[in-house]
Design a protein. Structure first.
Ligand code: ATP
Ligand code: MG
Length: 316
């Protein structure tokens, strides 16, 4: 059984468009247009795509906050509509902005409150809350009032809250948004550790580097439809994205080569080529340069990025 299994999910929102002070038209927005998706247990699965693509809507349906207009969705085998309370007990959810905190309570008190809601005893809830404050890097800030929290502190507390019930599956909608680089790194490590420990993560992010470094699988969603899915490597291979090799030649003038030569950042000539067999072609190129009696400076091999995949898929 998959951790998440949805078939043909549809969600329509009624939206109002204002064309003037008195004129208002009602229209319909197809936020999800037949989304089918399987997420296997223990993987980190990312949803990526432009603003308004439907990522948050999908996460809200899977976490029982929205009811779909069509299709079906199961989380750990439980129906998100018919068995919503069961689903809620086994998931953790981070949505930004998180409106679920009491501003006059400290971060710690808020977490204890949620722990109690999940049925933990007072001492268990306190122990778990403190552990999560350390795990997310909030530490001593846990004692301050929530209303005084910075954006990043709020984001960390919301991750801590999502983990209070030791969920099997964790939905993270843009978990590192507004978080400083060192804390974001800690959160990425936390996400990895959770997956290594057997938890399933379904997340969204606009940071393609982050998605690439974390995810086992990625789905690209556009206009409410999944338009590509696979591991980051598979997606790159499927699109036949190429590597770029650049070799600097320690030679003051234009060297005699059969490939394009440009002047690099350090003022030396640089030969470059694009290929989908980077290792073989790099060796060949180096041999070629040496055989002409030139010496080699820096060598750079640029891998195709997930950002290129996204750009390519979305631009058709
Ligand atoms: N409560 C709502 N009422 C009306 N329309 C909505 C509502 N929630 C979402 N939508 C619309 O549904 C579409 C999908 O929105 P969604 O929030 O799922 O996008 P997203 O992929 O999460 O985008 P982003 O990257 O900006 O977070 C958008 O057109 C959005 O305006
Ligand atoms: Mg969103």
């Amino acid at each position: 059984m998959s951790a998440v299994d949805c078939q043909g999910l549809r969600k329509v929102f009624r939206a109002s468009v204002r064309r003037g002070v008195l004129s208002r038209e009602n229209s319909e927005i197809l936020a999800l247009d037949g989304v089918s998706l399987k997420v296997e247990r223990g993987v980190i699965f990312s949803l990526v795509g432009p603003n308004g693509a439907g990522k948050t809507t999908l996460i809200k349906i899977l976490s029982t906050l929205l009811i779909p207009d069509g299709g079906s969705a199961f989380v750990e085998g439980y129906d998100v509509v018919k068995q919503a309370s069961k689903v809620r007990s086994i998931i953790g959810l981070v949505l930004a902005p998180d409106k679920g905190f009491y501003s006059r309570l400290s971060g710690l008190e808020n977490l204890i409150y949620y722990g109690r809601l999940y049925g933990l005893s007072k001492s268990e809830a306190t122990r778990r809350a403190k552990e999560l404050l350390d795990l997310t890097g909030l530490g001593e800030d846990g004692l301050r009032l929530y209303e005084e929290y910075s954006l990043g502190m709020r984001a960390k507390l919301s991750i801590a809250k999502a983990l209070i019930n030791e969920p099997e599956i964790i939905f993270l909608d843009e978990p590192t948004i507004g978080i400083d680089p060192l804390s974001a790194r800690r959160i990425r490590q936390l996400i990895k550790d959770l997956a290594t420990g057997g938890r399933t993560i379904l997340m969204t992010s606009h940071n393609m580097w982050e998605v690439e470094s974390l995810s086992n699988r990625v789905a690209i969603i556009n206009n409410g439809r999944i338009v590509a899915e696979g591991s980051p490597q598979e997606l790159k291979e499927r699109l036949q994205l190429t590597y770029r090799i650049e070799v600097e030649i320690m030679w003051a003038e234009a060297p005699d080569m059969d490939l394009p030569v440009a002047i690099g950042e350090r003022g030396y000539p640089v030969v470059s080529l694009t290929t989908n067999r980077p290792s073989e072609d790099l060796v060949k190129l180096i041999d070629e340069i040496r055989s002409r009696g030139y010496s080699i400076g820096t060598v750079r091999v640029q891998e195709p990025s997930l950002e290129e995949v996204l750009t390519r898929v979305l631009s058709g």
